[in-house]
Design a protein around this ligand. Structure first.
Ligand SMILES: *[C@@H]1O[C@H](CO)[C@@H](O)[C@H](O)[C@H]1NC(C)=O
Ligand SMILES: *[C@@H]1O[C@H](CO)[C@@H](O)[C@H](O)[C@H]1NC(C)=O
Ligand SMILES: *[C@@H]1O[C@H](CO)[C@@H](O)[C@H](O)[C@H]1NC(C)=O
Ligand SMILES: *[C@@H]1O[C@H](CO)[C@@H](O)[C@H](O)[C@H]1NC(C)=O
Length: 509
């Protein structure tokens, strides 16, 4: 495994309080959900897997990668396949784009960021004005409650906590446009698509709803609102009606104890918090509770200097420093390594993401059946495009469950894409001994394949279910059946079970 080689230089960062204790909570104040950091090591910025490196990772340049500033063109490998293969469906999970902090640091000024949208502000996008006008017509769409009462655009001149920024909107307009380009020649979605072709779902936060709409607009500009239903996922795990899983919660609680122990044993981290609290005139525990990394990251992403407070007489100031920021980030890196070593999170992730993966697999099977040779496709066809607008606390377990634990922490507007492909039909020659029965040759239907992409990079052959597939053989892609047997059975072997039911409800012993 790659991890054995690279275990000491992993860049995937998760902090002590990253994980929600139950699927109901979303990014609660004491949880640093969303605030992790990842990505980008100088030139290797675009790679989603850290390149093995002999140096310690640089926490600051990685933080810039996490920002995902939309200021350069991006390479996207979505839609790539051998010639003549047909793209049957794409299922996309996104993390919301750049947002205002969820926490503020007491005694300091909140970063001044304008969350209204304007093409005169950077970063902008050619579709921005058309997007704003189109959102005005959103009342024509169908919204599962409580989504209809959520604003469809960020619109506060002083951003509210957790509000999507213009940067976040632009990130997803770009994402949608990238996939539009990637899938255009495959005719995945006709421009006059029908309600049944598209499935859009989001959690009930304005930043996920708005991110999803920006993505959809980039993907299908000027889409017909009357065909769109936006569905609500109440849990950040997108587990629908299958969220009850006591064993998952037990793994999570153990994992949180591990994180806590690692954190309190880090004397440099403790000292840094004490220093930062003293600078600001706070109690150390007040500062901790205020989750300073979240606010500092936002400032870093927006080019706003770290907060200062007046110090004594004479107008001198004391400020939080980049060095302190780097210490917190370094500890997050260490935590990530430890997390992977211990493996509790991976078990949590398997159970957390089974319902979503099961749904993904089922959709693929349905679309595949609809495309069987000789079958009359159903009127209206099947869902060919699915968009799930989610959080870091959704995408981190998804990556882990797929065996992509080495992948970088999901940056703002990160995306995971599942593509379903079919190879061309094969006309098979008649076997010799039956040649007398007729001259007809048999048509063998094409075979089905899956591709998984993370931030535009093909990671299929890093997943647990296709890591050992020999792609130099006649099959250059990963067979869908690998994914299906992984989801329906094999993934539970890690928790010594053969089904979700068994894994969730077996008595601890
Ligand atoms: C894009 O923005 C990032 C972070 O703000 C910066 O480090 C990088 O140099 C910029 N890249 C370009 C091409 O301007
Ligand atoms: C944004 O808010 C302003 C002031 O409240 C309002 O005039 C404007 O119509 C709003 N725009 C949108 C697109 O909601
Ligand atoms: C998994 O998907 C199947 C359909 O393929 C469905 O019948 C079953 O209820 C799903 N299980 C869970 C736990 O979501
Ligand atoms: C796995 O489960 C079986 C039966 O459910 C049990 O007998 C066995 O001891 C378990 N093994 C481990 C390592 O937990």
């Amino acid at each position: 495994m790659v991890s054995a080689v690279a275990a000491h230089l992993l860049f995937f960062i998760v902090s002590v309080n990253l994980i929600p204790t139950t699927p109901i909570v979303e990014e609660q104040p004491f949880q640093a959900a969303d605030r992790g950091v990842g990505s980008a090591l100088g030139k290797s910025r675009k790679r989603v897997f850290p390149v093995p490196h002999t140096e310690e990772p640089d926490p600051i340049s990685e933080a810039y990668g996490y920002c995902n500033t939309p200021n350069r063109t991006e390479q996207a490998w979505e839609g790539h396949s051998p010639a003549d293969y047909k793209l049957l469906s794409a299922q996309v999970m996104i993390r919301h784009g750049d947002r205002y902090p969820l926490y503020s640091i007491p005694k300091t000024k909140r970063p001044a960021i304008d969350c209204t949208l304007s093409t005169s502000r950077k970063p902008s996008h050619p579709l921005l004005n058309a997007f704003i006008s189109h959102m005005d017509l959103g009342g024509r769409g169908h919204w599962e409650s409580p989504l209809s009462s959520i604003p469809r655009l960020p619109n506060h001149s002083a951003c509210e906590m957790g509000e999507l920024t213009q940067t976040g909107v632009v990130q997803h307009l770009r994402n949608g446009q990238l996939l539009h380009q990637a899938y255009k020649r495959h005719n995945l979605l006709p421009s006059n698509w029908l309600p049944r072709h598209v499935w859009v779902e989001t959690t009930g936060k304005s930043r996920t709803l708005q991110s999803g709409l920006a993505f959809l607009y980039g993907f299908s500009p000027d889409f017909d609102w009357t065909k769109l239903t936006v569905r609500h996922q109440w849990s950040t795990l997108f587990c629908g009606s299958a969220c009850d899983c006591p064993a998952r919660n037990r793994y999570l609680e153990e994992e949180q104890r591990r994180q806590y122990r690692l954190r309190v044993s880090d004397t440099e981290l403790e000292r840094t918090y004490v220093d930062m609290a003293r600078t600001l005139g706070l109690l150390t525990r007040q500062l901790r509770a205020a989750n300073p990394i979240d606010s500092l990251l936002c400032r870093l992403c927006h080019g706003i200097s770290f907060p200062c407070v007046p110090m004594g007489e004479g107008g001198t100031k004391a400020c939080l420093t980049m060095a302190q920021f780097a210490v917190i980030r370094r500890q997050q890196l260490d935590d990530e390594v430890d997390r992977r070593r211990v493996g509790l999170y991976h078990k949590y992730a398997i159970l957390a993401m089974y319902p979503y993966l099961n749904r993904t697999a089922t959709k693929m099977e349905r679309v595949a059946r609809d495309n069987e040779a000789g079958r009359q496709p159903r009127a209206g066809g099947e869902e060919v495009f699915t968009l799930s607008s989610a959080h870091d606390v959704t995408m981190i377990p998804l990556l882990s469950a797929l065996g992509l634990e080495e992948a970088r922490f999901p940056r703002f507007a990160a995306r995971v894409v599942f593509e379903l492909w079919k190879s061309p039909k094969v006309i098979q020659g008649q076997p010799k001994k039956r040649a007398s029965k007729g001259e007809k040759s048999k048509v063998k239907d094409g075979e089905l394949f899956i591709r998984v992409l993370y931030n535009g990079e093909d990671v299929t052959f890093h997943t647990t279910f296709c890591r050992s597939h020999d792609r130099r053989a006649s099959q250059p892609l990963c067979p869908l059946k690998n994914f299906l047997s992984f989801v329906r059975r094999d993934m539970f072997s890690l928790v010594n079970a053969t089904s979700y039911q068994e894994a969730c409800f077996r008595r601890p012993g």
